[in-house]
Design a protein around this ligand. Structure first.
Ligand code: FES
Length: 622
């Protein structure tokens, strides 16, 4: 048994594990994009004292090697060691975009108006004309207060008399039946129940709460909702601990496939995360109890959450085990809730368009408009939906995780120390930066990358192919035979980074233009562009258009909706109509597999320039 000590005083015991595994086991999260395979070069730490055995030095320069840097995933203690973890390697709390309550209120208000209109004009029908206003706030779990008749000599049992008083056939679990007679007698035949359409979930002594959970590849966000008053009472979030096993869904699928316990490890990680969030909100809100959960996530995340191997999502023809999940119970997924609590999973459309996008669509409302709009969720993948009340078409582009900080030398998530905006003065060759938390720059987040690319291009520091014009700025330096634009000693952007960002923006734009062409529409015909995801909130639209990532439309047409996946799940919690609508929308959406589309490849190649090979599309901004 050896000791791994960190410079800031933590001590962990270990035996036959890599340094990365020791740290993961102790809850110290490092960026480990490749999941510990030694192929991303991200998990660099410095060994200050002691012996280690290192299997690979991938991505570590000779200079760094001399200074004691090693890859944590490829290094094994040979005795007690002292290490230093560079600050920017530790994943710290980021600006996790949470649910926007004002959006939920607005949607519900709109739906009430819409329901009124539907009643007046029955020819306009939604679900066969049934959209009564009073059912808009209709959670799947309700409170029912009853006073039932005391027993007489008619031979009816307590449960039969309870059912008779509500004139409904309901299931009661054996465990609950055990307590029924005592409870009724102790409470003078009055009882408050938490019920679904089919089942009695509990005898109530507290308020009924429900939870909506967004299982993101990077973050997990949970909203606690009071189902009696119809309002969000708390929100909590954390990293998805699966980050330890890879940044994106593909690396995690491979991890699940290649390690005998891989799927269980990933499943346990996400269940533990959600349980920690449940614990947090439950401790803060003791006057209620959770009786229902709606979960939204991409197809892989939902498969892993339910312990279903996502293996075939990665293999052609990219088929998930299921898109529509039965309403399983808390006991099936190891959540720390009463075992009989129903867990609803937002339906997926395909292997790469998941329930998070269907949930997001509920938030946009574009499915009921006459005119056509675009919905895009820019995360590790870029999922796109185009449509209106008559059609919905969707696709996913593999933009790669660069906008979330991966695969970029100084890339980082939108946390303290990240450059989030950048402007450059060509005359003075000086730049201005805005850093989250007003700290010294430690890296660059997605919005910062777009700003930098846009500014360097418009001020001719890089050309249309994204290549540095080396004479044009004193900030361009050559390091290890590669040009880089230096912001500070810790923060720079290299030629390969720029190439990477251009590939990502090209994939997003090509996805949008391919779908538009599928439906025979031009960019100008888009009424609105709804942008979801944490990245969207801080995106400078003009600059994103300038680099050719988004369609060239006026700024007012772009609407940021925050975490639409969570918002949609909250809507489902508040009303089963939204849950039914989510299932209808998922079935209505036509999925286009861009990996097999020649049109997409052509569009992608054309978009690998700044802003595009076809200048006309971006000639006049807006
Ligand atoms: S190189 Fe260590 S996690 Fe990728």
């Amino acid at each position: 048994m050896f000791k791994v000590k960190t410079k800031d005083g933590k001590i962990f015991e270990t035996k036959e594990e890599s340094i990365l595994q020791v740290l993961q086991r102790q809850g110290v999260y490092l960026h480990a994009s490749c999941g510990g395979k030694g192929s991303c070069g991200r998990c660099k730490i410095k060994v200050l004292e002691g012996n280690i055995k290192t299997e690979s030095f991938f991505g570590i320069s000779e200079k760094e090697k001399a200074e004691g840097f090693v890859l944590a995933c490829q290094s094994f203690p040979g005795g007690d060691i002292l290490i230093e973890i560079p600050d920017k390697l530790i994943t710290v709390s980021e600006r996790i975009s949470t649910v926007k309550t004002e959006i939920i209120e607005k949607i519900l208000k709109e739906e009430i108006l819409r329901a009124k209109a539907l009643r007046m004009t029955s020819s306009l029908s939604f679900r066969g004309g049934q959209y009564p206003e009073e059912s808009l706030f209709a959670p799947v779990v309700k409170k029912l207060s009853l006073k039932i008749d005391p027993p007489s000599f008619d031979s009816h049992g307590d449960f039969e008399r309870l059912k008779r008083s509500i004139q409904k056939e309901l299931f009661i679990s054996r465990k609950l039946a055990e307590k029924l007679s005592y409870f009724l007698r102790e409470n003078n035949w009055s009882i408050n129940l938490a019920i679904t359409e089919e089942e009695i979930l509990d005898f109530l002594s507290k308020k009924i709460y429900g939870i909506a959970v967004d299982i993101g590849t990077t973050t997990v966000v949970l909203a606690l909702v009071d189902l009696e008053e119809g309002k969000i009472v708390d929100v909590a979030s954390c990293y998805n601990s699966q980050i330890n096993y890879g940044d994106d869904v593909i690396t995690r699928i491979i991890f699940a496939e290649e390690n005998p316990e891989g799927l269980n490890i990933l499943r346990k990680s996400i269940v533990d995360d959600i349980n920690a969030l449940i614990n947090t909100v439950s401790l803060r809100n003791k006057e209620g109890k959770i009786y229902c959960a709606f979960v939204a996530g991409n197809t892989t995340m939902c498969h892993i959450f339910w312990g279903i191997n996502p293996k075939y999502i990665r293999q052609e023809p990219y088929t998930p085990t299921l898109n529509r999940y039965p309403i399983w119970k808390a006991s099936d997924c190891m959540l720390l809730l009463e075992p009989q609590i129903p867990i609803y999973t937002l339906p997926s459309v395909a292997g790469y368009v998941g329930g998070d996008i269907v949930s997001g669509l509920l938030t946009t409302g574009l499915y009921k408009d006459e005119e056509t709009s675009l919905f895009i969720d820019i995360g590790t993948n870029g999922e796109i939906v185009i449509g209106n009340k008559d059609f919905l078409i969707t696709a996913s582009t593999s933009a790669g995780p660069c906008f979330e900080g991966s695969g970029i030398s100084c890339g980082m998530r939108a946390t303290e120390g990240a450059v989030e905006s950048f402007s450059y003065n060509q005359k003075t060759d000086e730049f201005d930066i805005k850093v989250i938390g007003n700290e010294a720059p430690r890296g660059i987040c997605g919005s910062g990358m777009i700003d930098i690319l846009s500014e360097l291009f418009s001020k001719k520091v890089i050309d249309q192919k994204g290549k540095f014009v080396t004479d044009n700025s004193k900030h361009i330096k050559i390091f290890d035979n590669e040009a880089r634009f230096v912001i500070s000693s810790d923060c720079y952007i290299t030629q390969s980074d720029i190439d990477n960002i251009i590939r990502a923006k090209a994939a997003i734009y090509a996805g949008i233009s391919t779908l538009l062409e599928e439906v025979g529409l031009s960019e100008r015909e888009l009424k609105k562009v709804y942008i979801a995801g944490g990245f969207g909130e801080f995106l400078n639209i003009k600059k994103a258009i300038k680099i050719g990532m988004l369609p060239n439309l006026s700024e007012e047409r772009f609407i940021f909706l925050g975490n639409t996946s969570l918002t949609g799940a909250v809507l489902c919690l508040l009303s089963k109509n939204f849950w039914e609508l989510a299932n209808e929308l998922a079935q209505k959406m036509t999925y286009i597999d861009l990996s097999r589309s020649k049109k997409f490849m052509d569009e992608y190649v054309s978009a690998l320039f700044l802003p595009h090979t076809d200048w006309e599309r971006f000639r006049e901004l807006g």
